[in-house]
Design a protein around this ligand. Structure first.
Ligand code: HEC
Length: 137
């Protein structure tokens, strides 16, 4: 039975490689299909909730760091949709969200917490608009 003796180890090696292959194909197709990473989006949600709370508390330093994180996140989302192509609404909404986050920093710099709260509300609306277009649930 010399052939079987070769076959079994070969099958074990192959079955060990299969999950690896499946994983790499999985992440490549994620990029090609242009999925937004869920953990990333969950972080965006957490930060934007903090931002709203911190504006209500007039807590300047955390507001500024939340807004900076959101600017960075939306710059990445914007770049992602530009690269993806044919998603003009998503590009505009990411850009708008980024600009609203920048506006909040300016409003906090001039201690205008009411306007900052209005910008945060507008930002939440931009989230919803993009989800209406692009979320698949
Ligand atoms: C430019 C488009 C866009 C903008 C702007 C946007 N999102 Fe998303 N968001 C998406 C897409 C696309 C998904 C996932 C789509 C899918 O596959 O269901 C998503 C998913 C989510 C999820 C689900 C994550 C999960 O684990 O299920 C949350 C929460 C979320 N977004 C929060 C926000 C919040 C809060 C904002 C605004 C501060 C925001 N998003 C702005 C496009 C956007």
């Amino acid at each position: 039975m010399p052939r079987t003796n070769y076959l079994i180890p070969a099958l074990i090696v192959l079955s060990g490689l299969l999950p690896l292959t499946a994983n790499s194909i999985g992440s490549i197709s994620t990029m090609v299909e242009g999925e937004i990473d869920m953990d990333f989006m969950q972080d965006v949600e957490d930060v934007s909730i903090n931002l709203t709370d911190n504006i209500a508390r007039h807590d300047t330093d955390p507001i500024l760091s939340d807004a900076k994180e959101l600017i960075n996140a939306f710059a990445q989302i914007e770049a992602f949709y530009i690269a993806k192509g044919d998603t003009e609404d998503a590009v505009q909404l990411s850009r708008k969200s980024k600009e609203l986050s920048q506006k909040i920093i300016q409003q906090i710099d001039s201690k205008d917490f009411d306007s900052a709260a209005a910008s945060a509300t507008e930002l939440a609306r931009a989230c919803k608009s993009c989800h209406n277009f692009y979320r698949k649930d």
